[in-house]
Design a protein around this ligand. Structure first.
Ligand SMILES: NC(=O)c1ccc[n+]([C@@H]2O[C@H](COP(=O)([O-])OP(=O)(O)OC[C@H]3O[C@@H](n4cnc5c(N)ncnc54)[C@H](OP(=O)(O)O)[C@@H]3O)[C@@H](O)[C@H]2O)c1
Length: 284
């Protein structure tokens, strides 16, 4: 029996594997990666590597075994049909007879186009009959704090989120929830709505940035159309720009506020405050 993590060389996957290694022997962990050279450090620590690509079903032959617990981390190839990619993993897991497959989804309240692939994958997982866990991850703090360069250049947080609030949390928090599910009992066929303990507005985010930098950083609300143009001007392909700007429209409607408390409960501790993520990003 192994705990198998896909997307193990991604940002979230790295946190998951690190936290797993604090709980179980490395020999019980399998990292599914596309590029083994990116995971050489894990192999050195006795983590088993499996090389597979969501787009190529045969690469998943032999990756899973009966009784495994699997974390399917959603892919990031938005233009390649992620539902079909995820279906490849789900089908391989079903055929092997895994004990559990947890999927990193999006909040159930999210109606933005970005959620379509997640709803499609959730349906494929439920239809498969595999014991599942839906980890409906809210927004990452890092979506904001890893993109500070334009904010600091213009002293402005530009968004189309109006007065909407976001219950974001650190990737490490979502990883802790995934690890709790993968190493614990009684999570079969559960859906967890995951988000940070505190919801904040973009104006409050700008105020926190001002406080920590000593500069006057203002929230500059724009329309979804304006944001689509700004993101396109920054080099994002138009369809992706529209999808990301569409998330802000969802934030304005309150769709990224998560009040379940599931994340702190699964992690066994309060979630990371946004201010801590801001401080870490400014130090880095
Ligand atoms: N909740 C949020 O705020 C938020 C924000 C952004 C993204 N997400 C979603 O959450 C996921 C994890 O977040 P993250 O920060 O860890 O993203 P990330 O760093 O971009 O990691 C994505 C992982 O998926 C793997 N992957 C992509 N396509 C694949 C394929 N065809 N076959 C096998 N593996 C594939 C990547 O492999 P490589 O390491 O080989 O590239 C990488 O390990 C993202 O992929 C996205 O679906 C959520």
């Amino acid at each position: 029996m192994s705990i198998v993590v896909t997307g193990a060389t991604g940002h979230l996957g790295r946190h998951v594997v690190e936290q797993l290694l604090e709980r179980v022997p490395a020999e019980q962990v399998t990292a599914v990666v596309r590029s083994p050279e990116k995971a050489a450090d894990l192999a050195e620590r006795s983590v088993r590597l499996a090389v597979a690509d969501y787009s190529t079903p045969e690469t998943f032959d032999g990756v899973f075994a009966s009784g495994d617990k699997v974390l399917l981390i959603s892919g990031n190839e938005f233009d390649k049909g992620r539902v079909q990619q995820h279906r490849v993993v789900i089908e391989a897991a079903r055929a092997a007879g895994v004990a559990l497959l947890a999927y990193t989804s999006a909040p159930g309240t999210l109606t933005a186009a970005l959620a379509d692939d997640h709803r499609g994958t959730e349906k494929a997982l439920l239809d498969s009959g595999v014991p599942y866990v839906l980890l409906r991850n809210g927004w990452y703090h890092e979506v904001y704090t890893e993109n500070l360069a334009p904010v600091l250049e213009h002293d402005a947080v530009v968004a189309a989120a109006g007065e909407g609030r976001v219950s974001s949390a650190a990737r490490a928090d979502y990883a802790a929830a995934a690890v709790a599910v993968l190493t614990g009992e009684g999570h079969e066929n559960k859906t967890y709505e995951l988000g940070g303990d505190e919801a904040w507005s973009l104006a409050e985010y700008a105020a926190e940035l001002s406080r920590q930098t000593g500069r006057e950083i203002a929230y500059k609300p724009v329309t979804v159309e304006e944001l689509t143009g700004i993101l396109g001007g920054a080099g994002l392909p138009e369809p992706m720009a529209a999808v990301f700007a569409g998330v802000d429209a969802s934030i304005a409607k309150g769709e990224l506020v998560v009040t379940s408390g599931d994340l702190a409960r699964l992690a066994g501790r309060p979630t990371t405050p946004l201010a801590d993520a801001v401080a870490a990003a400014l130090e880095g």
